[in-house]
Design a protein around this ligand. Sequence first.
Ligand code: FAD
Length: 450
Amino acid sequence: VGVEFAPDLPAAQWRTDRETIAAHATDRSGWRPDGQCRGVAFAESVADVQAVLRAAFSARIPVVTRGAGTGLSGGAGATDGSIVLDLSRLRRIHEISVPDAIAVVEPGVITADLDRAAAHHGLRYAPDPASVEISTIGGNIATNAGGLRCAKYGVTRDSVLGLDVVLADGERIRTGGRTVKGVSGYDLTSLFVGSEGTLGVIVGATLRLRPIPAQTSTIAAYFGSVADACDAVVRIAAAGIVPVMAELLDALTLGAIDAAQGSALTSHGNAFLLVQTDGAAAHEEAAAVERVLAASAISMSRTDDPDEAQELIATRRLALPSLERTGRVLIEDISVPRSQLATAMAAVAKISADTGVAIFTLAHAADGNVHPIVVVDPALNEIPTEAWEAAAQIFALALRLGGTLTGEHGIGALKRRWLGEELGPRNHQLQQQLRQVFDPREILNPGKAL
Ligand SMILES: Cc1cc2nc3c(=O)[nH]c(=O)nc-3n(C[C@H](O)[C@H](O)[C@H](O)COP(=O)(O)OP(=O)(O)OC[C@H]3O[C@@H](n4cnc5c(N)ncnc54)[C@H](O)[C@@H]3O)c2cc1C
């Protein structure tokens, strides 16, 4: 480990005990780097973040910024000799402005807490990763998190207007602002969104809020096959309807939920599709969706009651926790053009058959964002070769279909080896050069993202 390091923080905010280090070693991907961090710094102010970075910069010590550690790509994994900079105590909502429809928040705010606070003012924060109750705004921004509602409201980037960022040397800058429009200079706000802790530490954000929709309709449908469900999603788009969400679960995933929750979802069909519409025309749009689905669905039910809708959405949110009960979950998140969704789902099933690796699949279908999920024995230290082989085939499939390795979880530590294939050599090199500009001493989450 070499250089001694102790940031200028009160003892309660700089922890080097075994329990704290163990609790910050990995994220929800379970990826474990060799070795361990030096300690965990708990920032309680922007000045604390600056103090940690100044010290790390001068001692050239790597800093792994951490929100809630719910990431699925190893991005917050604590690499050997690093300092983990935990931002979870920075959880103040400074402002919610109704006239400007914005919120100004600290990075450690839990996403759902912001949404609930906005609701008191008739507003909502649209991005809703399935982890809304456990992930932070800072982590969502650093990964450009997607969510169920992004089919209509976009990903996190579409809700970020401005950022407060501490750079590698401890200096603080602001990007963007409180306006929806703004084109002065390069769009550094967007550059920081999705940068996975490699360009700076996000210490504040100005976020766009939207009105709570007057009406919401939610339709749950079962199909005989995944192909029928994918086809229905394409036909919904062709009918000119932009649903809030279209969530798809395959038969294996339904079975895993049944096993974990004691439900009987598999008795209804081999694929489950949850479609939601919202806004003043929600009911009419839902009726149009029902007409589209009627052509191929085995069964269908609809509710215009928002509380009942939450119960249906809960089924979708139960998928990952149910799978996590059965072992260590490796969740991929390729994204393909929506027109290629059925092809992608069928090809993933074939990869499962060819490699002998069980792959559970769910999808944010309206976005073409597919989550093939491999569950491995948690007792294994290493991910088995055949699981990597299946993952490699899934990534190659995504690129072949004109898609991407990761729609929302980020490259982190786990997908770096494939990134070059997606970006191409010159784009990859440009991004490495860009990183150098922001992080000349290579202290910001090295070994991740690029
Ligand atoms: C059950 C479950 C469901 C999920 N569903 C979704 C989903 O629907 N959509 C989706 O996109 N993701 C989903 N995720 C993944 C995860 O919740 C998101 O990636 C989330 O954005 C991570 O937030 P976090 O606060 O936990 O960040 P962490 O895991 O702590 O960090 C993630 C990355 O961001 C960096 N980082 C964190 N905070 C900052 C900051 N303030 N400044 C700079 N860098 C920072 C870290 O260094 C790391 O690289 C899910 C995870 C789980 C466990």
